[in-house]
Design a binder for this molecule. Structure first.
Ligand code: FAD
Length: 417
């Protein structure tokens, strides 16, 4: 069966490798003419590392990124609300990695090119139209000027073409741009000193003003430094206009640094980290409404094309990777491919819709807002501000929702063994 994937991002490349390994004939068509290591940091949760490890990629991830030891939530005074060991440090069979998004994409691309063969991942080919006739799909691809440069036939088409998916827009032409609720993110990378042991992901503050950071480079760690990926979230008020989305839009310090100027924790000088950045990008926090369906005959959606979500709980890349395994497992049953795509959708759409909706309600970050509301000046006894059973419920509900809870992951490990 010939499967065409539109988009060589994190989800498309993972799906291509999983499908190829299962014996499908796969070709990937990517819009950009050359892959550049764009973006800043990204996290891959243990449940997604499980899939990349099965593709032989764990050594490359481990030598490039940082094996995340701990996720720590803190208030805007730097006081710890919740600290959770991650990956192998939590007794799971797989690590969690924090890594530069561009480097992750390059690791996936190099592996996919080796597996699929030279020329099976084609660049400068933006999917711009397709028709489905019975069992065949005919798709057209254009270069950056809009000139059609290739047409191809396939038995199946997967739209893994990101948040602005052309495949999605074909089925939902009136959907319009992604949705924004007023939060802007400034994302940067700074070479600094390791903090909290050198492998901790931090979420500090509250929903309308938050600082997130995590180290992303093993090479820097080996030199005694930390390449710190950081994100400042600020709510801009209801009247602000949605800025143009562009992962490469440069940010300006003056727009957000003053709000973080006094965030000097005893374990991290937040304004110091921000000022020393060598890259700052500005991006609106956007998502899209969950769709009623992803699969239409022999065409379906995957990753951000299917379920773009707020970057809360480190789910974007991880869930795109999990989609790639899920679609492969359903197609490998070997029955009617349309039925397989329906099963893929039934398996993945409801939980992804729940994460999108939960993230709109702040997801696991709700604990930050509760503490800010109840103890804006800080606390001397956390338990009296956020009792342990209330905190435990927030955490376990979100982990179950994202299928990142220990029981689910250990069941997967047992099934593999
Ligand atoms: C340039 C870029 C930088 C990013 N940087 C970050 C970051 O720093 N941190 C973070 O958390 N997330 C980042 N993201 C988003 C993150 O990669 C995704 O949220 C997540 O990994 C889900 O992956 P995906 O494969 O579904 O989508 P993506 O990783 O967005 O990949 C989609 C791919 O489809 C290609 N494409 C788009 N339109 C078409 C078309 N019509 N035809 C063919 N191909 C098409 C895109 O060029 C891209 O390669 C970035 C995305 C991009 C595109």
């Amino acid at each position: 069966m010939r499967i065409v994937i539109a988009g060589a991002g994190i989800g498309g490349l993972t799906a291509a490798m999983c499908l190829h390994r299962a014996g499908f004939d796969v070709e990937v068509f990517e819009a950009v003419s050359t892959l550049k290591p764009l973006g800043v940091g990204i996290n891959i949760q243990a449940g997604a590392v499980r899939i990349l490890s099965s593709l032989g990629l764990e050594p490359a991830l481990a030598t490039t990124g940082i094996e995340t030891r701990e996720l720590r939530y803190a208030n805007r005074h730097g006081q710890t609300i919740w600290a959770d060991p991650r990956g192998r440090h939590a007794g799971l069979p797989w690590p969690q990695f924090s890594i530069h998004r561009g480097e992750l994409q390059m690791i996936l691309f190099d592996a996919a090119r080796r597996m699929l063969g030279e020329g099976r991942i084609k660049f400068g080919r933006r999917i711009c139209g397709f028709e489905q006739n019975g069992r065949k799909i005919r798709a057209r691809f254009a270069d950056r000027d809009g000139t059609i440069v290739e047409q191809t036939e396939a038995d199946l088409l997967i739209g893994a073409d990101g948040i602005h998916s052309a495949v999605r827009a074909h089925f939902y032409p009136g959907e319009g741009p992604p949705k924004w609720q007023g939060i802007l993110m400034w994302r940067g990378v700074t070479i600094g000193k390791p903090y909290l042991g050198g492998a901790t992901m931090v979420q500090a503050g509250h929903h309308t003003q938050k600082f997130v950071c995590y180290p992303i480079s093993r090479a820097h760690a080996e030199r005694g430094e930390a390449l710190i990926n950081w994100i400042c979230d600020l709510h801009m008020g209801d009247k602000a206009m949605l800025p143009r989305e562009d992962w490469n839009r440069p940010g300006t310090l003056g727009d957000f640094l003053p709000r973080f100027e006094n965030w000097k924790f005893d374990w991290l000088d937040v304004p110091g980290v921000i000022k020393a950045a060598h890259t700052i990008l500005e991006f609106p926090m956007v998502d899209r409404d969950p769709l009623p369906r992803w699969s239409h005959g022999r065409i379906t959606l995957l990753g951000d094309a299917a379920h773009p979500m707020y970057p809360i709980g480190s789910n974007g890349a991880s869930q795109a990777i999990i989609d790639g395994e899920a679609i492969t497992q359903e197609l490998s049953v070997g029955d009617d491919p349309e039925r397989a795509l329906q099963r893929y959708e039934q398996r993945r759409l409801p939980p992804m819709a729940r994460i999108v909706e939960s993230n709109r309600r702040k997801g696991i970050d709700i604990m930050l807002d509760i503490v800010e509301e109840r103890a804006p000046q800080g606390f001397s006894d956390l338990d009296s501000v956020l009792p342990p059973d209330e905190l435990e419920k927030i955490v376990s509900d979100y982990k179950k929702l994202a299928a990142q809870d220990r029981d689910t992951l250990l069941k997967l490990a047992a099934a593999k063994a």
